[in-house]
Design a protein around this ligand. Sequence first.
Ligand code: PLP
Length: 391
Amino acid sequence: MLDRLEQQPPDALLALIKLYEADARPDKIDLGVGVYRTRDGDTPVFASIKAAEQLLVDTQDTKAYLGPEGDMSFVHALMPHIFGKDATHHGRIDGMQTPGGTGAVRLAAALAKRAGITRVLMGTPSWPNHAQIFADLGLELVAFNHATEDGAADLQALEAALQDAGEGDAVLLHGCCHNPTGVDYTPEQWDAIVALLANSPVLPIVDLAYQGLGRGMDEDAEGTRKLLAAVPEALVGYSCDKNFGLYRDRVGALYVQARDAQGLGPILSNGAALARAAWSMPPDHGAAAVRLVLRDSALTEQWLAEVAEMRQRIRQVRAALAERGTAGAIDLAPLAEQNGMFAMLKVSKEQVQQLREEHGIYMAGSGRINIAGLTMNNLPKFVAALADVTA
Ligand code: PLP
C-alpha cells in the first residue's frame, strides 16, 4: 500500500535553509526563514523566558497529564493582553491551548467544519500553510486579492467576496503583521470590515500570530477587539512562538467567542474532542514558561520590553529601507507603512535566483523577505544587489 504514495516536494522555505547553510560566502544574507533576528543576526531565548524556565525547573513537581485543553492558566493569563480589559466579553470568550499557532488554525478550521462550514474566504497571498490546512480538511478555499498594486490592503476585494458569501462560509483574517505582505488593514478599513461582518452569517476566523511586532501590543489587537465587540461568534488562533521567541516549543491557543456564555461549553467540548483525536494534548513546557512570565509583574514588564525592542528594530530597518526610495525597479517607500517581519518585493523567480547565486542573498521564491534578516551593516549590500538584478 505505502509504495503508492508519491514523492512530495519539500517545504520550499525549509529547503532554502539547507541551501543557505551550505553557502560558504561569509557575507551571505538569510531573508528566508521566518524567525526574528537581532542586529547581530541571532534568534536568542528571551531573558524573561529564561528566568521563567529556571523557575519551572526549580518549582515544577510533576509532569503528569493535563488534558486536551492544556494549561488553562496559560490560556487565561494571555487573555487580557489579547482581548483587553473585559477579556472574556462577559463570559463569552474562552479558549484552549494548542501546539503553536498552526495547531490553533488547524483546530479553528476543524471546529468550523464540524459546525457546518464548507468554504473559507481568504485574501491571497497568505501564509502558505493556511491553504494546506483547509485543503487537508476538505474545506473549499475562496481566494480574493489581499493587497493592491500600490501596497494597501484591498478592502474592495474583501467586500466583493463577502457579498457572494453566506451561511456555511468563514473568512480568515490576519489580526496584524500580514504574512507575507506586511500589508495590514488600517483602523478605518477594520471599521468597514466590522460593519460588514456584524450583519453577516459569515464566521470570522482571526489568525493573530505576531501581536506586538507591528505597532504595539494593543494596536496590533485593535482590529480583532473591534471585530469581536460587534460579531456574535468568532474564532481566534493565537501564536506565542514569535512574540515570546518560543518557535520550536510550539505554544499557541485557540479562543472561541460564543453568542452567549452558555454557548461556550458545547463549542469548547468539540474543540477538546478534536484535539484529543489529533494530538491528545499540547506540549506543556513553553506554555508553562509563558504562564510564569504572565503571572509575575516584573517578568511581564521584562517580556513587554523585549517585544518592544523587536518591534523597534523591525521598524528601524523598514524606515532605513524606505529612506533609500528605490532599488533599481523596486519601490522601497511603502515598506515604512507596512507591519511585522515580512514584505513582498516585486521580483521574478529568476531575479530571486540571481540574488541567491550571484549575491548570496536568500529569500522565498515568491519575493517575500524577512525584514529582521537585515541589519544596518548588510542593508547597503542588499539594496545594491536588488538594484543590480532589477535594473
Ligand atoms: N499564522 C501565521 C500567519 C504565521 O505566519 C505562522 C507562522 O509562520 C503561524 C500562524 C504559525 O505559527 P506557529 O509557529 O506558532 O505554529
